[in-house]
Design a protein around this ligand. Structure first.
Ligand code: ZN
Length: 172
C-alpha cells in the first residue's frame, strides 16, 4: 500500500523518534508499505516519520536507479561518522516541498549498526552515495531535515517560498 508522505513544515518531521521495541507483523507490514511508497515516489530512502510514524525505522535502496533492486530495512540504526567531509550535491527529500535541492556537507564514512527485519544484527561500513543516503535518513529519526543543514540565508529564502506556496494552496 502506498502511504501518504508527510511534508515540511509538519511538526511530525521535527520529533526525535522512539526505538522499535519488537519486530511485530505491524512493523513488517509498515516496512513493506514504506518500500513500496519509496519506489513509487521515486526515492532512494524513506524514514518512518515521513509517513507519520514516530519510530526508528527506515528503508533505503541507494541503487534504485539500477535495474536490480536492493531494498534494505534498518531498525534502530546507530551511525558512527568518520572520514572527511563529503559534499552531497543537490540533496533533496520527499518531505521537502517544491522539489527544493541544496548542497549539504556529509561525512565520507559511516559505521552502521542496526537490526534487519529478522532481528539480525547488521554491522557494516558505508562510503560514497550509500553513506550520504543513510546519514540523510538517520537524521529524519532525530527530527532533522537536510534544510536544517544549509546556510541561514538559504533557509530563510526557502522558508519564504514555502510560506507563499502554502498560502496559494489554501486559496486554491
Ligand atoms: Zn528525507
Amino acid at each position: 500500500m502506498i502511504l501518504d508522505i508527510v511534508t515540511y513544515p509538519d511538526p511530525r518531521l521535527q520529533q526525535k523518534c522512539e526505538p522499535v521495541a519488537e519486530i511485530s507483523d505491524e512493523i513488517r507490514r509498515l516496512a513493506a508499505d514504506m518500500l513500496e511508497t519509496m519506489y513509487a515516489a521515486p526515492g532512494v530512502g524513506l524514514a518512518a516519520p515521513q509517513v507519520g510514524r514516530n519510530m526508528r525505522l527506515l528503508v533505503m535502496d541507494p541503487a534504485a536507479q539500477d535495474a536490480e533492486k536492493r531494498p534494505r530495512v534498518l531498525i534502530n540504526p546507530e551511525l558512527t561518522l568518520s572520514g572527511e567531509d563529503l559534499l552531497s550535491e543537490q540533496e533533496g527529500c520527499l518531505s521537502v516541498p517544491l522539489n527544493y535541492r541544496a548542497d549539504v556537507l556529509r561525512k565520507s564514512r559511516v559505521l552502521l549498526r542496526a537490526r534487519d527485519l529478522d532481528g539480525k544484527l547488521i554491522e557494516e561500513e558505508l562510503t560514497g552515495f550509500p553513506a550520504i543516503v543513510i546519514q540523510h535518513e538517520a537524521d529524519h529519526l532525530d527530527g532533522i531535515l537536510f534544510i536544517d543543514r544549509i546556510s541561514r540565508l538559504r533557509r530563510t529564502m526557502y522558508d519564504s517560498k514555502v510560506k507563499k506556496w502554502l498560502r496559494r494552496k489554501k486559496v486554491a
